[in-house]
Design a protein around this ligand. Structure first.
Ligand code: DGY
Length: 438
């Protein structure tokens, strides 16, 4: 465990380019929003100040309207789509001129990270403690505005389910959850040409999304450019609009965490109350989305008005935010750790795959279509601990450490063989391992 922790610390240090730790050395040479949140948790173990810096770098790129963008570009190129393809600085009234950013967002895990950094800080020296508390004071209002943006622009009707306008916003880019909604994304003949860089950078290009998937990803960017990234217009016009149950669960629990911090640190009572309202509403909506037979939570396609009945790990969203009655929660927990999912007899490590090996859509090597992601296991482990499922949380930790024991700190793993896939030296993998080992 000590060797693994040292290896993880080395990954974070070597991906650190000063004010940001890049998501990975080659494939992702910039800052990604939800990566940065998890990375900052790992950094807290190396120095609370440096963890705070990571959050501050991200928040410095927050848009004037409150959105936290999914990519904050550093000064290196080497990634497609880069800032020119998005054109946010020219087209959007809210995007910063510097740093340059993408024009979409990612799951709101940031308050969870700040809460965790504070916990780590409070176990440390007086200076660490002060730095952790200062970080809460400095970031609270920005995070409140970020949650307000999600509530206002991604759930304008107050349903409790937060919508995404691009699969990238879900973080689970090519999950089978999105296959149906993506059929409505039809790239026009005027899609500007482009060259992918990602497929060259992993050992086997088949571990990445396909070219058809990329055409759709890029076409959505064209649609958003045409709407000048105005969040109201994007919501009304984008051909992809799905209420994302996993993002909604993260939003609910992160709103709880932020409200708790707000109370403790004397933030405006009206804002704390709003966060509580959003949390309760989203928690209830996540619970209400569950399929009556399988018990799995579901996304809702706002363009077609249909529930998306595809079995993926996102179905366990209620275990992230709570809100089920005790029996239903126990049943869902048992399913997650049972023989169809994390406890599947063929898995080398008993952590949840992104798609069950027994499901028709399972692809053992393809990104979000089957592989196990250590960062997702950490998130479930954190939530299990929060909701009192201590033994299940401990299992996720032990089994993930087994999976990453090779020290590659890969982005994701083949569940049946345990083979490391995608990018190596992935910062968020290292970060969650460090949090689990220290
Ligand atoms: C990628 O490039 O695969 C990222 O997930 C997009 O944000």
């Amino acid at each position: 465990v000590t060797d693994l922790a040292m290896g993880a610390a080395d990954v974070l240090r070597s991906n650190d380019i000063g004010t940001m730790v890049t998501a990975a050395p080659a494939l992702y040479p910039h800052m990604w929003s939800w990566d940065a949140a998890f990375i900052s948790i790992g950094l807290a173990h190396l120095g609370v100040d440096r963890a705070g810096q990571e959050i501050r770098t991200l928040l410095a790129a927050q848009w004037a309207d409150g959105m936290i963008p999914h990519i904050v570009y550093g000064d290196r190129g080497g990634y497609f789509p880069g800032p020119g393809r998005w054109g946010t600085a020219e087209l959007s009234a809210s995007a910063p001129q510097a740093p340059l950013t993408s024009g979409i967002c990612q799951p709101p895990v940031h308050a969870i990270a700040v809460g965790r950094i504070l916990e780590v800080a409070r176990r440390g020296s007086a200076e660490d403690r002060a730095a952790g508390e200062q970080l809460v004071r400095d970031s609270w209002d920005a995070l409140y505005r970020w949650h307000a943006w999600l509530s206002q622009y991604r759930d304008p009707d107050g349903t409790g389910l937060i919508a995404v306008v691009h699969g990238w916003e879900s973080g689970m880019d090519n999950s089978p959850r999105w296959d149906q909604p993506y059929t409505a994304v039809v790239p026009g003949p005027d899609l500007p040409p482009y060259v992918r860089l990602d497929r060259e950078l992993v050992r086997d290009g088949a571990e990445r999304p396909t070219d058809l998937e990329y055409d759709r990803y890029l076409w959505l960017i064209e649609e958003m450019r045409r709407a000048s990234y105005d969040p109201v217009k994007v919501y009304d016009t984008c051909s992809f609009l799905v209420a994302d149950v996993f993002v909604s669960a993260i939003f609910a629990v992160a709103s709880d965490v932020l409200a708790d911090l707000g109370e403790e640190f004397g933030q405006p009572a009206a804002h704390v109350a709003e966060l509580r309202t959003w949390a309760a509403r989203s928690r209830a909506a996540v619970a209400a989305s569950c399929h009556p037979e399988t018990g799995l939570a579901r996304d809702f396609d706002r363009r077609t008005g249909q529930w998306i009945d595809v079995e993926t790990l996102a179905g366990f969203a209620p275990l992230i935010c709570g809100g089920l009655d005790a029996d239903a929660e126990r049943a869902l927990l048992a399913t997650l750790h049972g023989p169809r999912w994390a406890g599947h007899p063929e898995l080398v490590a008993k952590v949840p795959p992104t798609v069950s090996p027994d499901s028709a859509g399972f692809k053992s090597r393809e990104y979000w279509r089957g592989p196990q992601w250590p960062v997702v296991s950490w998130l479930f482990g954190w939530a299990h601990a929060r909701h009192g499922h201590t033994a299940a949380a401990a299992t996720l930790r032990t089994e993930t450490l087994k999976l990453v024991g090779d020290g590659a700190f890969s982005e994701y793993y083949e569940p049946v063989t345990g083979e490391a896939l995608g990018s190596r030296m992935q910062s968020w993998t290292a970060a969650v391992i460090l949090d689990w080992c220290t």
